[in-house]
Design a protein around this ligand. Structure first.
Ligand code: SF4
Ligand code: SF4
Length: 390
């Protein structure tokens, strides 16, 4: 057999170059959210909030604003343009080279190689799981065509939306959509490169990102050990990035060692915290208990309220207030690493987390760190964008 990987490369003790200690997190056999696998239906991508907004389901104002809520701000329009290019069919998928490259038989070595590659391409966290059948959409929102995807594995990559900008914005101002699409386009780029690379090695692979998904992301992130489901409904929180990331997926038939789900105490934390429910400007996040629906037991979010607010926000482009205020959204400093360790490992400390977070002023904008312009395109004319005053 050709020795494509050096023997040192196969050493499980060899450290991965992950920016965060993802590999050292506590692992569990099942996700911390109750999921009844046999009861989870596959969903149609056209059931998503933004698709429905574009179809006029949330009223004519939201439908009209949906048509301009990204393009009204120059930077989010640029990033969306880039994401759309990456969403073209020949970017996410393509011809698989005949004959598989030598040296790809070992699932452990393959998983290490893919993770090192993802970090080389500037991912912030990477995890691998088997592709749950219910994570595959029934239909595409692009053309309504039915989706059949039989790949065995899913590789999930996370990209940070940027702590410094997150500290500066107020949660719903002009940079909000740009933060999302910075991470969507960067993670999309990484996913497209990895999928293309695998196909060039003779292995079937497809990239999935914001402008061309065939899979539902949250269950994949949970099974791949990159986060837990949160009070924000389908939003997965990572212990080091909080909710301040976007994800892209590569599905593939490459033999891969899989990761296990993580447990860092988020279910207990969210049951006490409720800061996102308190601060959400549309009232979309519940401060009540979890509900069992469609095979999942999770906190519910009012998708219509959230989507309508994000599309129609007159004081900015989009909304990320829940991301901004979440106590897990912090910089990676020694001090915050110590607090983060306590929140993960000492349940008692969670009782004071929100109080301390509020007292220290987290969740408030830092005007000294602001760097972007407030400029809005209104009917083809550039004007100073309105800003929200509390
Ligand atoms: Fe609420 Fe904004 Fe988060 Fe939607 S994005 S749930 S409106 S805080
Ligand atoms: Fe959970 Fe609090 Fe974050 Fe909301 S703000 S997701 S309740 S930790």
């Amino acid at each position: 057999m050709t020795r494509a990987f050096a023997s040192a490369y196969r050493d499980p003790k060899r450290a991965l170059p992950d920016p965060f200690a993802v590999e050292k997190l506590k692992r569990v056999d099942r996700p911390t959210t109750r999921i009844e696998d046999g009861q989870v239906p596959r969903v149609d991508e056209r059931d998503g909030g933004f698709y429905r907004a574009g179809q006029g389901e949330f009223g004519p104002t939201v439908e009209r604003e949906y048509g301009r809520f990204m393009d009204k701000y120059a930077l989010s329009a640029s990033l969306l343009h880039m994401s759309k290019m990456l969403g073209q069919e020949d970017m996410v998928d393509g011809v698989v080279r005949e004959g598989v490259a030598p040296g790809l038989e070992d699932p452990i070595a393959n998983a290490r190689h893919i993770k090192e590659l993802a970090y080389f391409l500037r991912s912030d966290a990477v995890g691998i799981c088997e592709l749950p059948p219910y994570a595959v959409f029934t239909h595409s929102r692009i053309d309504g065509s039915p989706i059949e995807l039989k790949h065995k594995h899913a590789i999930a990559i996370l990209v940070d939306q940027d702590w410094k900008t997150s500290a500066a914005f107020d949660g719903r101002d002009w940079i909000s959509n740009s933060m999302s699409f910075l991470a969507y386009s960067n993670s999309g780029f990484i996913a497209c490169v990895i999928a293309d690379y695998l196909r060039r090695l003779g292995v079937p692979a497809r990239a999935h990102h914001a402008k061309n998904y065939q899979v539902l992301v949250p269950p994949i992130l949970v099974w791949a050990g990159l986060g837990e489901m949160s009070r924000m409904g389908d939003v997965v929180i990572n212990p080091f990035l909080g909710p301040r990331f976007k994800a892209a997926i590569i599905t593939t038939d490459l033999p891969l060692a899989i990761d296990k789900p993580i447990d860092f105490g988020l279910q207990d934390f969210c049951s006490k915290c409720k800061k996102c429910a308190r601060e959400c400007p549309s009232g979309a996040i519940s401060d009540g208990d979890k509900v069992f629906r469609n095979g999942y037991e999770k906190w519910q979010v009012d998708v219509e309220k959230c989507t309508s607010f994000r599309c129609s926000n007159q004081y900015g482009s989009g909304c990320g207030t829940c991301i901004k205020v979440c106590p897990w959204n912090k910089p990676d400093t020694r001090f915050h690493q110590a607090i983060n360790w306590s929140m993960r490992n000492i349940p008692f400390s969670r009782n004071f987390a929100v109080l301390c977070d509020d007292l220290m002023g987290y969740g408030k904008p830092d005007p000294k760190a602001k760097w972007w312009l407030d400029v809005e395109d209104v009917d083809g004319r550039l004007v100073v964008g309105k800003t929200f005053k509390k």
